[in-house]
Design a protein around this ligand. Structure first.
Ligand code: HEC
Ligand code: HEC
Length: 497
């Protein structure tokens, strides 16, 4: 039987993830304004509803059979041209279809800066205008809508964009958009064909791409939703779903792209294995018609991989105290190197996967990947079956990421639950509910990360709440034993990476 605490949690977290009011406020309002009998029936109804929604969360996995293991390299295609890769990411047709450009052309061309600001895009790199196979111009988002961000006032390509929030439910806007576009262009078959694939899939996907916290990104759910209505063999649209998705909108932080050159597997859990061109192209499947179109685009991703591998992290822009750095480096070599690698030439990065029970950070994201039906779909699909091969291998753990440019990539951990490096290294100092200012210049140069305020209530959509399932800030206590002086010396060293 679910307790009323569970009802409250379900109300807040699952039934309406965007709803940030404290449920207890409602409890008191109800009890003052309603008769006891009505209140009783409401509570019974909510309890039943909460119980039926319980399977929204996947079973939480744990493991004691291994602590850490290294992920072996897979032979990659490294003959691409970085400049062509960058050009293709900004202008290429890897997204297949999109919104008819004619619809937005005037607004975009009249004042691009204003359009970017209004659409809350990071920069003009966040969207691409390209020609479809029908010869129509369409517009769609690019990798840079998620993989670029402002830091200290500057645009950094490859830095995760955690300044967005995806807490708006897009179900109704997506239906209105689809209805409108199909009506406007009902006699223009070429334009409709250039939009159709994107329109159908976006409508299915819309319900999955809002999150219940700011900062985090629903890309894992987007991937699940993108494949849900596709035949695994030829990637063609199917009117019935190929698998079920859980109700809970789990989300993650966005990793820095410059780590790719060191990685043997992709994603926080290391679930993405095999050929990187296939894995990276998968991020743009939303508007692609079939596996023939996918093949054309994926072949260009040899250049995309080359460009991403050429990325360097931004240099720390402030003064660094070199005497502290050498003290910090010794601490690093004793306490951290085993998992995060070394940074003096020749650099060595162990690609270490750390078991959930060992690292102790929130287990839900890894549990979700273990449970997700996309894994079975992917491993029998065009991605896995045709050459070059890529596949999904979920594990009960998180990869210890490279720490290059770590000063710039706040917030921290796979779920972005910790705003500064200092708090990564001092688990007691981590805020339970916090909010950062939106200006990218409000950076904390001492603690390395986002300046933030602790909050008690979560009436504000910009407050990150670590009590929601999947967003806990626990674990990784490898810096807890350090004295304050040692911690600051270690941070000084981390600034140099
Ligand atoms: C909607 C936002 C979004 C878009 C668009 C997007 N990504 Fe990502 N990307 C993410 C998130 C979130 C993750 C982390 C997911 C995880 O690790 O589970 C990620 C992970 C990655 C990784 C793995 C990095 C690592 O350290 O393991 C690479 C590489 C990558 N994306 C490249 C791309 C490319 C190339 C494109 C465009 C074709 C793209 N992404 C489009 C959000 C996005
Ligand atoms: C047993 C392995 C292990 C040790 C030892 C370890 N870490 Fe980690 N570290 C991890 C893992 C795994 C993660 C990812 C956790 C997650 O995302 O949930 C991580 C995450 C981090 C992050 C956040 C990275 C990001 O981009 O979000 C930082 C910073 C970090 N570690 C620094 C350190 C420092 C400094 C030390 C030494 C005091 C250290 N770690 C010791 C395994 C380890």
């Amino acid at each position: 039987m679910c307790s009323s605490v569970q009802v409250e949690k379900a109300l807040r977290n699952e039934l309406n993830p965007t709803f940030n009011l404290q449920p207890s406020i409602f409890y008191y309002l109800f009890s003052f304004t309603m008769k006891k009998k009505t209140l009783f029936y409401i509570l019974v109804f909510l309890t039943v509803l909460a119980c039926t929604k319980r399977n929204a969360l996947p079973p939480v996995v744990s493991n004691t059979d291994w602590k850490t293991k290294s992920i072996a390299p897979y032979p990659q295609q490294l003959n691409g041209d970085a400049d062509s890769g960058f050009y293709y990411l900004k202008n290429g047709s890897y997204l297949g279809t999109g919104i008819p450009y004619r619809l937005v052309k005037k607004t975009v061309e009249r004042n691009n800066e204003r359009f970017v600001r209004r659409a809350r895009l990071v920069s003009k790199h966040s969207y691409a205008v390209f020609e479809t196979e029908q010869g129509c111009k369409v517009m769609n988002g690019t990798c840079f809508s998620c993989h670029s961000s402002k830091l200290n006032g500057e645009l950094v390509l490859g830095l995760g964009n955690s300044l967005n929030h995806s807490q708006i439910n897009l179900i109704i806007p997506s239906m209105v958009m689809d209805f409108g576009i199909r009506k406007i262009y009902r006699k223009d078959t070429a334009t409709l064909a250039s939009y159709d694939e994107f329109g159908k899939n976006f409508k299915h996907m819309a319900r999955y791409i809002h999150t219940n916290n700011p900062v985090v990104n629903p890309a894992a759910r987007i991937a699940e939703a993108c494949m849900q209505y596709r035949n695994p063999d030829d990637l063609k649209y199917t009117p019935t779903p190929q698998y079920d998705m859980r109700k809970y909108n789990i989300a993650s932080d966005i990793p820095a792209l410059w780590h790719l050159q060191k990685k043997n597997a992709l994603y926080y859990t290391g679930v993405g294995r095999g050929d990187f061109t296939k894995l990276l192209f998968q991020a743009s499947v939303l508007g692609i018609k079939d596996s023939a179109a996918a093949r054309k685009a994926q072949e260009k991703f040899v250049h995309v991989v080359a460009w991403i591998r050429s990325l360097q992290p931004p240099k720390y822009p402030q003064q660094i105290d070199s005497s502290l750095v050498s003290i910090g480096k010794t601490i690093y070599l004793n306490s951290c190197k085993h998992c995060h690698g070394t940074y003096d030439a020749p650099e060595q990065y162990p690609n270490r996967l750390v078991a959930i029970d060992e690292v102790g950070t929130d287990p839900l994201y890894a549990s979700y990947a273990m449970d997700s039906k996309i894994v079975g779909w992917y491993n029998k699909s065009w991605f896995a079956k045709s050459s070059p091969h890529s596949w999904f291998e979920p594990e009960k753990g998180y990869v210890a990421p490279p720490l290059d440019g770590i000063w710039a990539t706040a917030p921290y951990f796979h779920n972005g639950s910790v705003p500064t490096v200092y708090q990564v290294l001092n688990s007691k100092a981590r805020p339970k509910k916090w909010k950062r200012p939106k200006n990218s210049q409000d950076y904390d140069w001492n603690k390395l990360g986002w300046k933030h305020k602790e909050k008690k209530l979560i009436l504000d959509k910009w407050v990150y709440d670590t009590s929601l399932p999947g967003y806990g800030n626990q674990g990784h206590r490898y810096g807890d034993h350090l004295s304050e002086a040692q911690r600051l010396a270690l941070i000084e060293y981390l600034k140099t990476l």
